[in-house]
Every structure is written in structure tokens, then in C-alpha cells.
Design a protein around this ligand. Structure first.
Ligand code: SER
Length: 316
């Protein structure tokens, strides 16, 4: 079985941005973690800075853009350190089309990047589409050449993306990496996270969802994608979890050093604590760098909670 090449986190980030820049995308800076959007406390996705463009409220300066966006999500905070891939802070690599290309090209680009630039063997990739999205299914099968049984149809909970409850949204298609292809194709269960990791989400942004759940077509058909940098690093650095990648492990190693612990010999619970520190330190540093200060409410409370958890984890 072919093994993909080793790349550092920095190389993965640059290769993504360069690939899309070569295909007419403007490289834009990450937006602040403090969003302009009042519906969320923190920047939770790469698309957030483009939400007014998707909604037709602001004109796009470029028809195509690409970013490495710093994001924080705290809905899975209890899983941080306990699973291989839950974080509060992470970077989302994204390519965006504002009424320019749509499904066909987004899928072709994502496949080319994954297999040609990152060198992921096609036989290790499985994709999902929204249950009703026959068009995306057909593109993967007929234009990309994925065998039909490796294209999984998923329901709305998994494959229809909206940034929160209301706002721009659409069906999505995800690319998964198979850590255990030797288990064969007979029982592909994408929920099995010991075998599969979803690393690239392609959202076909074409509706606006209102508070009653009604979908109104957007003026234009857009593309919003997100690739988890830490997840791609786990794959390409061949480590058992996102924490042991070069993006996070130096923080863990330093914390272990300060605590006189040898990480490789540490108990599972000490490893969980070190991973929580590795994760929370990144969030806290990035939040403070974007001007957030500890407080009793709002995003300041999130910062305070993260600092408290990190101290508690470290045994203070
Ligand atoms: N908005 C989608 C996500 O966050 C794709 O970028 O997964």
C-alpha cells in the first residue's frame, strides 16, 4: 500500500494556498478570532468573513479566494485530549468561489490537491455526499472515477452545512482518509473514527436558512470549503493523533519538560492532561493576540474558562 509523503504543518499550509493561488484564487489573510458577525462569539469557520458576500450584502473584491483561517470551537471541549482529533483552536484551510465555479470544479480541485499535491493514495480515500445530491454523486463517480460503493450518501445532520442555525448553507461533500484499508470495502462506516478521518469538507453554498428553517436560494451558487490543517498533518506525519503533530507537540513537549515527565512513558491520564494543555495554550494565546481579555461574560468568559481548565489540568 502506498504511503503519502511526510510534510510539516507549514508545508501543508503553503501547498494549499499555493495550489489555489495558481488557480486564480486571491490569498487573503486570516480574519480575527473576534468576528464581525454578531451571531457567534468567535470565528468558527473559514467562511465567516465571507458571509456577507454569500448573502449578497457585500460585493466580492475577488471571485475566488483562499485562506488559512484561525478558528475556535468550544462545543466539543470535553473531548479535547481524550479523542485523537478534537480541538478548541484549529486552522481551517479553505478555497472559496463567489458565484464563479461550483460543484464540478470544487470537486476536481479537491481531488487533484489531495492526490497530486499531498500524495494521498486514491485507494485510501472515501467520500460522502448529501443523500439527495445526485449531481455530486455523479461527479465523483463519472468524472473522478470513484467506485460507487466508496461514495457514501449521508443525511442532513452530516452533509448539509450551515454556520449556526440560520444563514448561508448548502449540501456538502466530504473526503475521508482510510487508516485501515486492509479492513476492506465490505463495511465502510464513516462514523468509525478509529478507521476514517474526515479532512476536507466542500460546501455547495446555495441557500439562506431563516429561523423557521425555510431555505431561500442565494443570488449566486458559491463554494465554501474547509480542510483541517491539524488533521492533514496527522495523516501526513503518520502520528496517532493531531496532538503529536509538529503543530502542537512542541507545546506538549515543553509542558512535559517543565513537569519532569517523559511523554512517551507517561500514563494515559498524564497524556490527556498534556494534550489539553497543548490545545488550550494555543487558543488562549491566539485569543489574547486578537485582543480578547478575561471576563465574566461572552468571549472573555470563554478565555477565562480555557485558562482555568488549563491551570486545573496542570495541577495548580
Ligand atoms: N464551512 C465548512 C466547515 O466549517 C467548510 O468550510 O466545515
Amino acid at each position: 500500500m502506498t504511503v503519502p509523503p511526510f510534510l510539516t504543518g507549514n508545508q501543508i499550509r503553503h501547498k494549499f494556498l499555493d495550489f489555489y493561488a495558481q488557480r486564480g484564487h486571491e490569498i487573503l489573510p486570516s480574519a480575527s478570532l473576534v468576528p464581525e458577525d454578531p451571531t457567534v462569539l468567535l470565528t468558527i469557520a473559514g467562511m465567516l468573513q465571507f458571509k456577507p458576500i454569500f448573502l449578497g450584502q457585500r460585493r466580492a473584491e475577488f471571485l475566488r479566494a483562499t485562506t488559512a483561517q484561525k478558528c475556535i470551537r468550544t462545543n466539543d471541549i470535553e473531548n479535547v485530549g481524550r479523542t485523537a482529533r478534537h480541538h478548541t483552536f484549529f486552522e481551517m484551510l479553505g478555497n472559496f468561489s463567489f458565484g464563479d465555479y461550483f460543484k464540478e470544479k470544487a470537486i476536481a480541485y479537491a481531488w487533484e490537491l489531495s492526490t497530486q499535491v499531498y500524495g494521498l493514495p486514491p485507494e485510501r480515500l472515501v467520500v460522502s455526499v448529501f443523500r439527495e445530491d445526485d449531481e455530486a454523486f455523479a461527479i465523483w463517480r463519472d468524472q473522478i472515477g470513484i467506485p460507487a460503493h466508496r461514495i457514501q450518501r449521508m443525511d442532513e445532520a452530516d452533509n448539509f452545512w450551515v454556520s449556526g442555525v440560520t444563514g448561508p448553507c448548502g449540501p456538502c461533500s466530504e473526503i475521508y482518509y482510510d487508516f485501515h484499508p486492509e479492513l476492506g470495502d465490505a463495511h465502510i462506516d464513516l462514523e468509525d473514527d478509529t478507521r476514517f478521518i474526515e479532512f476536507y469538507n466542500l460546501v455547495f453554498m446555495q441557500y439562506n436558512r431563516d429561523a423557521d428553517g425555510h431555505l431561500t436560494p442565494l443570488e449566486k451558487q458559491n463554494i465554501d470549503t474547509g480542510m483541517g490543517l491539524e488533521r492533514m498533518a496527522q495523516i501526513l506525519q503518520r502520528v496517532p493523533n493531531n496532538y503529536e503533530t509538529d503543530l502542537i507537540f512542541p507545546i506538549i513537549a515543553k509542558a512535559a519538560d517543565l513537569a519532569h515527565i517523559d511523554y512517551s512513558e507517561a500514563s494515559e491520564s498524564a497524556k490527556v492532561s498534556l494534550k489539553v494543555i497543548g490545545d488550550h495554550v494555543r487558543s488562549v494565546v491566539q485569543m489574547i493576540a486578537d485582543g480578547i481579555t478575561a471576563a465574566n461574560v461572552g468571549r472573555g468568559y470563554i478565555l477565562r474558562r480555557l485558562i482555568r481548565r488549563w491551570y486545573a489540568t496542570a495541577g495548580y
